[in-house]
Ligand binder design. Structure first.
Ligand SMILES: Cc1ncc(C[n+]2csc(CCOP(=O)(O)OP(=O)(O)O)c2C)c(N)n1
Ligand SMILES: CC(=O)[C@@H](O)[C@H](O)COP(=O)(O)O
Ligand SMILES: [Mg+2]
Length: 615
């Protein structure tokens, strides 16, 4: 076993090409083995194995800085940089992160998880290096999907201007999570055709020169003419960045040879490597979309595992039906078709569906444009990724009170993706925006009711729901709920739990059959149901939410009570002021004290000791 002998990238330097190739296969097996158990980003990491070995063979991490955009393709990097013995803890509570993480290893140049950050990071590092008179290489590996992000394209523009020495490796597997989109993506495809043309041309040349030099001359002139037709300005040259490629991203020998050469060059260089997402694992090669991030599987019999009916699917089913009722409906996703439950909708309503690529800012402002011209756009977007479009929500949507609905998926703790992905800031960053309303349905029926009503109401409305399963609602069901009104689910004589969104189930569990404790489905945060709040102010109140405590639902309740001049005893349960790492969602909720146990604890501290525990 070669991997046994590799404890740092230094150990790659002495390996033969055959040993490196054997190492690649051992790494693939380990990635499959652990992802089968833990879940994780299988296809992306399988596709980047040779590239990562070649980079660590040629460059000297951690002295040289190797950055991985998103960091989800970096499992091979983790295995050869001293973490092979902990790799089995990938994405587990207390285990190693599923992305690169500065605090996890000196070899992790950036903490990643959100796309398109590597190039600006690399630029900053190159600037620091040169200002301090230091001498090391800065290498950024970015996927074709991540390159659709505005941050990445804007960074290229600056990199080309400043001409700092750095290497950008474009890992082009023609995939984002779904098929990749964008004009650059089309151009890369054409470049690959051109590569094929070059190879065919070489072969043709050899044959022709032997048969007839005259004929060869004629063909040669024809080829020049064809080149003129095919020849387009390579955008990277326009950006002032040397372009090399495309090259086979699985050919270790060629990669090492080229990287050695590029290492010596001054200024910014982009090496375009072509890889296969899921390389070396048939099912992942055949379906890189499902195997982008499988939840776990039997490595011997890798079948797709159903994750059950999710909130995302409930959303997708609802908008697919709504599109028949509302011809102005238009749904946008920033590169998360599958994750947002939009496969069915995209197939049934392709003319009113758009995947903008990994650019949430463009998603929101495109929705604004649609709304300005009479459409009813819904932006389907993860809470964590909506952070990328905060200004657009204010500047392009809310100021003009445009009818844009934000279907905020993955709201709350999301589990194995960890701190970079928990959707625990959206209430705080949205609720201060005038005109924008915020709601959280308790089930799929309320989700349908809210989506339909939101389209009718107009104005910016955010509807947040968790990464979780949910009971399917009947097709065609469009219940009415009083907009802005909370719902008492259980009466109480001494206290009420005001639960927002997913924590409602914990509230009902904590209240149990205790007659003293009532439970409210506080499904509207903005507008808050002040009428009911006033009525409940004579009880003790406990708010609970799957969100940072600071600036969340509880804060909104406190502010409203203050404005109403009411001073009941209030406790707020939410996530404390720190980041939460990766781990199972229930465990993280327990840690945060927002589950049933945490609620009981808070009630006890408010004098409502559970009846069966009373002495
Ligand atoms: C800002 C942001 N939006 C969306 C995502 C979700 N996401 C994770 S990986 C990915 C696709 C990345 O494609 P690419 O860079 O080509 O890498 P590949 O998976 O193909 O190796 C997306 C959209 C993200 N991580 N960050
Ligand atoms: C790397 C990335 O950002 C996505 O792949 C993300 O991990 C998807 O999250 P879900 O699994 O919740 O769809
Ligand atoms: Mg890709």
């Amino acid at each position: 076993m070669v991997l046994e002998r590799v404890n740092s990238p230094e150990d790659l330097k002495g390996l033969s090409l055959e040993e490196l190739q054997a190492l690649a296969e051992e790494i693939r097996s380990e990635i499959i083995r652990v992802t089968a158990q833990n879940g994780g980003h299988l296809a992306s990491s399988l596709g980047a194995v040779e590239l990562i070995l070649a980079l660590h063979r040629v460059f000297d991490s951690p002295r040289d800085r190797i950055l991985f955009d998103v960091g989800h393709q970096a499992y091979a990097h983790k295995l050869i940089t001293g973490r092979k013995d902990r790799f089995h803890t990938l994405r587990q509570e207390g285990g190693i992160s599923g992305f690169t993480k500065v605090s996890e290893s000196p070899h992790d140049a950036i903490t990643a998880g959100h796309a398109s950050t590597s190039l600006a990071n690399a630029l900053g590092m190159a600037l620091a290096r040169d200002l301090k008179g230091e001498d090391y290489h800065v290498v950024a590996v970015i996927g074709d999907g991540a390159l659709t992000g505005g941050m990445a394209l804007a960074a290229l523009n600056k990199i080309g201007e400043l001409q700092k020495r750095m290497l950008i490796v474009l890992n082009d597997n023609e995939m984002s999570i779904s098929e990749n989109v964008g004009a650059l993506n089309k151009y890369f495809k054409e470049l690959q055709i051109r590569k094929w043309v070059q190879d065919a041309e070489k072969l043709g040349k050899q044959i022709l020169e032997r048969i007839s030099p005259q004929l060869f001359g004629l063909v040669d002139r024809a080829k020049e003419a064809a080149k003129l037709l095919l020849h387009q300005e390579n955008p990277f040259y326009a950006w002032g960045i040397r372009y090399v490629g495309p090259v086979d991203g699985h050919d270790l020998k060629t990669l090492i040879h080229i990287l050695e050469h590029l290492k010596a060059l001054e200024g910014p260089t982009l090496l375009h490597v072509v890889t296969k997402k899921g390389k070396g694992y048939k099912v992942a090669e055949a379906d890189p979309i499902y195997w982008h991030g499988p939840p776990g599987f039997d490595p011997k019999k890798p079948e797709k595992v159903s994750k059950g009916y999710t909130w995302s699917q409930a959303f997708g089913d609802a908008v697919t039906e709504l599109a028949h009722l509302e011809p102005r409906l238009f749904v946008i996703t920033p590169a998360m078709r599958e994750g947002s439950g939009l496969v069915r909708y995209s197939l049934e309503h392709p003319e009113r569906y758009l995947d903008v690529g990994i650019c949430e800012d463009v998603a929101v402002t495109t929705a604004a444009g649609l709304a300005l011209r009479g459409m009813k756009p819904i932006v389907a977007i993860y809470s964590t990724f909506l952070q990328r479009a905060y200004d657009q929500v204010i500047h392009d949507v809310a100021i003009e009170n445009l009818p844009v609905v934000f279907a905020v998926d993955r709201a709350g703790i999301v589990g194995a993706d960890g701190a970079t992905h928990h959707g625990v800031f959206d209430i705080a960053y949205l609720r201060t925006i005038p005109n924008l309303q915020i709601a959280a349905p308790k089930d799929a029926l309320e989700l349908r009711a809210m989506l339909k009503k939101a389209l009718e109401l107009g104005g910016p409305i955010a509807i947040r729901y968790p990464r979780d399963n949910v009971e399917r609602a009947p097709e065609g069901a469009w219940p009415e709920i009083p907009w802005g009104k909370w719902e008492v689910l259980k009466e109480g004589t001494e206290a009420y739990i005001l639960a927002f969104g997913k924590t409602l189930r914990y509230a009902l569990e904590a209240a149990g059959d205790d007659p003293r404790v009532g439970v409210v489905n506080a499904r509207f945060l903005k507008p808050l149901d002040r009428e009911m709040l006033r009525a409940l102010a004579r009880y003790k109140l406990l708010t609970v939410e799957d969100h940072q405590k600071m600036g969340g639902f509880g804060s909104a309740v406190l502010e409203a009570l203050n404005e109403l001049g009411l001073k009941p005893e209030v406790r707020i349960l939410g996530l404390p002021d720190r980041f939460f790492e990766h781990g199972p969602i229930p465990g993280l909720h327990r840690q945060a004290g927002i589950d049933a146990q945490g609620i009981r604890q808070a009630l006890a501290e408010m004098g409502l000791v559970p009846i069966h525990e009373r002495a």
